[in-house]
Every structure is written in C-alpha cells, then in structure tokens.
Write a protein that binds this ligand. Structure first.
Ligand SMILES: Nc1ncnc2c1ncn2[C@@H]1O[C@H](COP(=O)(O)OP(=O)(O)OP(=O)(O)O)[C@@H](O)[C@H]1O
Ligand SMILES: [Mg+2]
Length: 375
C-alpha cells in the first residue's frame, strides 16, 4: 500500500521485498508457534483436526485484517498442519479468467491455494472461482458469440485460503463461499512481547523482559513492526552498548530512530495532526480528512483508523471523526476545554481550537469508552 520507505519506514505496517525475505525466517510454522489470536487459532485448529480426521480438505478460509498481523503466516500454517502443498498467488496477479483456470487445473488433490489480496481479483476470474469453490469445476468458454462453447473442467478438491486487508470490498457471493472467516485483530503488548521473545531467540539477540515490553508497546499492535524494531534495537545494542537489549538500551535506540512512543507512523500522525490542528478536533468526514492528508479514504479507513480507534486516539461519531483528549496530548496540544468536540459543530476549518469557545458536545460512540489501548 505504498507506506514503506521515507521516515516512517520503521513503523509502516507493510513490508518491503528485503523485509519479506527476512520475515520468512521468523514466521511461525505451526499453530502452536503462532502467538495470540487465541480465538481464531482455536477455531482453526478444530476445523483442521476435523478435516484431517475425515481425510477431506477443510472449508475455504478467509483471513482478514490490517497488514502485518499474520495472514500469510496463517495460510502457510494451514497447509503445513494439513501436510499438503501450498500454492501462492494474489488477486492482482490474476488478471484474466484464463490465469485462474491455469492455476486451478494444475492443483493436486487437497492442495491449499492461497490468494493474497483476494479483493483485487478481476471480476471474470472471481466468477469462475464461484463454481471452483463450490463444485470443484470450472467452465472454460471457447470462442466468442453464438458459436462459443463451454467446456466443463474438473478441479481437484482444494482449500482456498483468501487474505484481505479489505474484507468490506469482497462481493457477497465470494464471501458466502468461505466456510470459515477469521478476522485478525491487533496484538496486545503481552502478545507482542511473546512474539519478540521468540524472534530474539531465533536471531540470537539477548533481550531483557523490560526491553521486550518497551519494544512491544511501540509496535502498533503489529508483529511485523515488532520484529522490525527488534532488528534496529539490536543494531544499536551492538554498536552503542554491550549487545544486550535492556529497557535503557531499547529506549535510547527507539529515540535515535524517532519511533513514536505509541508506534504511530507517518500517515497515522498526519491524520491525527489534521484532525487536531486543522479541524479543531473534528468532527470531520472521512473523505475530507483523507483528502487533507493526500490519501485515499479507503486507506485511511482500513489501514490507519483501526489502530487509532483501538488506541483510543480517535472516535467515530454520526457526524464524522473526532480526536480524543489523548490525541491532543499525544501531539503536545492542550486538550480542548470543556466538553469534547462532538456532533454539534460543523467541521470548523483552520485556526486553533482554543479560544473559539467550546463546541456543542455530544457523546462519543462506545468505541472510545474504556481503555486507551495497550500503550
Ligand atoms: N501470531 C504471530 N506470531 C509470531 N509472529 C508473527 C505472528 N503474526 C505475524 N508474525 C510475524 O510478522 C510477520 C508478518 O506476518 P505476515 O506476513 O503473516 O502478515 P500479513 O497479515 O500477511 O501481512 P500483509 O497484509 O502485509 O500481507 C511474519 O513474518 C512473522 O514473523
Ligand atoms: Mg501477507
């Protein structure tokens, strides 16, 4: 999604090609090694055991959630746990129905077909997928117009594992054909600490428990970011300290690398900054907010907002997005006096919120209640 590189590379949720190679070594290989996502893990493990017992491929699986939370890892684990081969492709790679026919007809019985970014699959290919998923059959159309003939081809029984960061973009018919859907959610600090301890072991990095917690709490709820920060902190520990990643070393390293204490990346900060400074805390509509930071509304909604909501920095109201006092504080601003900005005022453009007088307030929606995230 174009969020790597630049000064936010360290905390961007997406991965570069080089990083993907590195990640391969840290990927959990079995469900037991996969940290967190307790519910999805338990459900999957029951489903896979059932399928193994019957000696038949399990239902098709849809994995959704923000980048870097373990969708690809889980797909590989599913194949591994079933002891079947895995074929990997992605939505954008399937441009024509023919591309998909070639893949499907080459599958061996029981194989797992992993389609990453499945929401980006071309429509004609998607329609072909329906019958393949349901009846293990595809109709290949030869020729055009009145003379065209459809030749049915059998497909070996397989398991489709689809991954998407945009579950909302999936068409109804496609979504309905998945027998099992797991939504991956951000990890809490404890889970990320476990991820880091495992990675440190694999990399031979000496990491103290407090050092692990410090890195975990700045990892934006995302294992990929945790592993990336661990590499940087290790460099620092080796060059500037005795090689041990302690609390002090982790803090000093993360300071050098300008890692936001909450792990926010450039886009997160831009969105929060716009909300707080330009729109006086909101409420402001998603599209207006996205345009003001030069991003697609979809990207803001699917990649950026889930974490900001989870961290208690923004809230959604009927009139739009609002910044919470925690957001003001995080950016070093005084929170607005009096009641929080709510649905009353029109989106107030420009100028500081202070001195404009309190805007009519309304209640936040429930998503902002309670804990301000794990950090
Ligand atoms: N539950 C987990 N336990 C341990 N490590 C994990 C876990 N989830 C993810 N990771 C680590 O994070 C890295 C990124 O995970 P993965 O590639 O599976 O994410 P993804 O959801 O497929 O991301 P994207 O949407 O960008 O494709 C993996 O290489 C792995 O090391
Ligand atoms: Mg992936």
């Amino acid at each position: 999604m174009g969020r790597t590189g630049g000064d936010d590379g360290l905390v961007a949720a997406s991965a570069s090609a080089e990083e993907r190679a590195f990640e391969a070594g840290l990927r959990p290989r079995t469900l037991a090694e996969f940290v967190g996502q307790r519910k999805a893990r338990e459900q999957l493990s029951i489903m896979l055991a059932g399928a193994r017992g019957r000696g038949r491929p399990p239902d098709h699986v849809l994995l959704s959630g923000p980048p870097g939370l373990g969708k690809t890892s889980l797909a590989m684990i599913i194949a591994q746990e079933l002891s079947v081969p895995l074929r990997m492709t992605s939505g954008p790679a399937i441009e024509r129905a023919g591309d998909l026919v070639a893949i499907l007809t080459a599958l061996s019985p029981g194989e797992v077909l992993f389609v990453d970014e499945i929401h980006r699959i071309a429509r004609p290919a998607e329609e072909l997928l329906y019958s393949a998923m349901e009846d293990f059959r595809v109709d290949v159309v030869l020729g055009k117009g009145p003379g065209a003939t459809a030749i049915p081809l059998d497909v070996a029984p397989f398991t489709l594992v689809g991954a998407t960061t945009r579950a909302g973009l999936l068409t109804g018919p496609l979504r309905d054909r998945f027998g099992f859907t797991a939504h991956l959610d951000f990890y809490d600090t404890e889970e990320l600490t476990a991820v880091l301890e495992r990675s440190a072991r694999l990399l031979g990095v000496e990491l103290t428990p407090q050092g692990a917690v410090e890195v975990a709490s700045r990892s934006r709820g995302t294992p990929r970011i945790a592993n990336r920060l661990l590499r940087r902190v290790r460099d620092y520990a080796e060059v500037r300290a005795d090689g041990v990643v302690s609390l002090e070393v982790a803090r000093a390293a993360l300071k050098v690398y300008d890692v936001d204490p909450l792990g926010l990346d450039r886009l997160d900060r831009a969105v929060l900054g716009a909300l707080v400074k330009r729109f006086g805390g909101g409420p402001v509509g998603l599209t207006t907010l996205a345009v003001s930071v030069g991003e697609e509304p979809d990207t803001v909604e699917d990649v950026c907002e889930p974490f900001l909501l989870r961290a208690g920095l923004i809230a959604r109201t009927a009139r739009g997005r609002v910044a919470t006092p925690a957001a003001f504080a995080h950016l070093g601003y005084d929170p607005p006096p009096g009641p929080l900005p709510g649905q009353g005022g029109a989106t107030s453009l420009a100028g500081s919120w202070r001195g404009d007088g309190p805007e009519p307030a309304t209640l936040f929606d429930e998503s902002v209640d309670g804990a301000p995230g794990e950090s």
